[in-house]
Design a protein. Sequence first.
Lengths: 140, 140, 77, 77
Amino acid sequence: MSKKVLTEGAIAPEKIAKSIANHSSKTGIGAHNIFLGQVRADKHEGKQVKGINYSAYEEMAEKVFHEIRESIFEKYDISCMHIYHSLGMVKAGEISLFVFVSSKHRGVSYEASRDVVEQIKAKAPIWKKEIFENEKHQWV
Amino acid sequence: MSKKVLTEGAIAPEKIAKSIANHSSKTGIGAHNIFLGQVRADKHEGKQVKGINYSAYEEMAEKVFHEIRESIFEKYDISCMHIYHSLGMVKAGEISLFVFVSSKHRGVSYEASRDVVEQIKAKAPIWKKEIFENEKHQWV
Amino acid sequence: MRIKVLFFGVLEDVTKKKEMSISDFSDTDSLLKALKNEFAELNEKTFQIAVNQTIINKNTTLNNGDTIALLPPFAGG
Amino acid sequence: MRIKVLFFGVLEDVTKKKEMSISDFSDTDSLLKALKNEFAELNEKTFQIAVNQTIINKNTTLNNGDTIALLPPFAGG
């Protein structure tokens, strides 16, 4: 079983740097594509979003992430793939999704990365609650 | 005039982390796409590449990068874009190209990022010299 | 027979609970009918149903120990 | 008239120099002919020519202070 995707709170830039550095020993890799989802401070009827509280059906989500992983390795000639998704509170401006795909050549890294993100959006049982400056909330 | 793209030696993962962290104040951004080029330890006739020495027609390259930048901002609805490309020696496993595109929504970040990379490959006057373990070299 | 029902996302606000235990229903249709009766607002909500973490598309027999989840539209990423 | 000629990538290995100064040529075609005469290996190489950092596709008149660059196929990234 692969390691867990869901992680408490925002994803730190240092974690991304560490993940990149971990690939320097894999000298067959020529291309990395990284997608990051960042929480926007959207406004709804004058109220500004100060953060998003992520919740998930955790066991099912990890199962879905595993299936996405398998499908991507089957479809694309890639070397590595990592996904991290936040749970709980993530403030506006912070990172809540980190998708990292590595391959020999660049084209496939873009295609696989985009596919992962679209599959996450479509299949992962995760929900967002926008938290406003006035502490009210709204499910997305 | 935008800041310089060409940078001496490999691009450190910490620089990438810093660049990501710098965008946390831009709370209109929802998506970042990052492309990284990593030097491969390819083998040619049994000799292994230990690194690549990058050279460029520097003034022209900076002019071309500026033109690419302008064309991307004209074509895509993006918030930010940064490019860094190595000059000089970069060892196998290290990063030599860092393209960073940020936008409100995810689709455009992928498209613009890919476009940047393809334009760099096609238009930037940069050359690679593969350096082998035995210190011999081969222009790519 | 003991079956667990889980509520996620906005549905948690509708039912005011994260989970409940039931025992009187033999399939998902009859369970759903009872839930919509108890929580009228469910009639206005869009959601899918998962039985033991797999989304179902038709009425499904319930067995002892099953976990049923009501899943509003996903919003990850 | 003083014109600078730059050699990049593999062409630097061919000419054994990074740049040279010339003064006797009025256009790119005549300059190129002389260079291919001096460095026979240039005849086997693929390259583009830039005049003052802009790639040209036809014979171009040279002016005092121009910089000509011989550019092998790009390999950035």
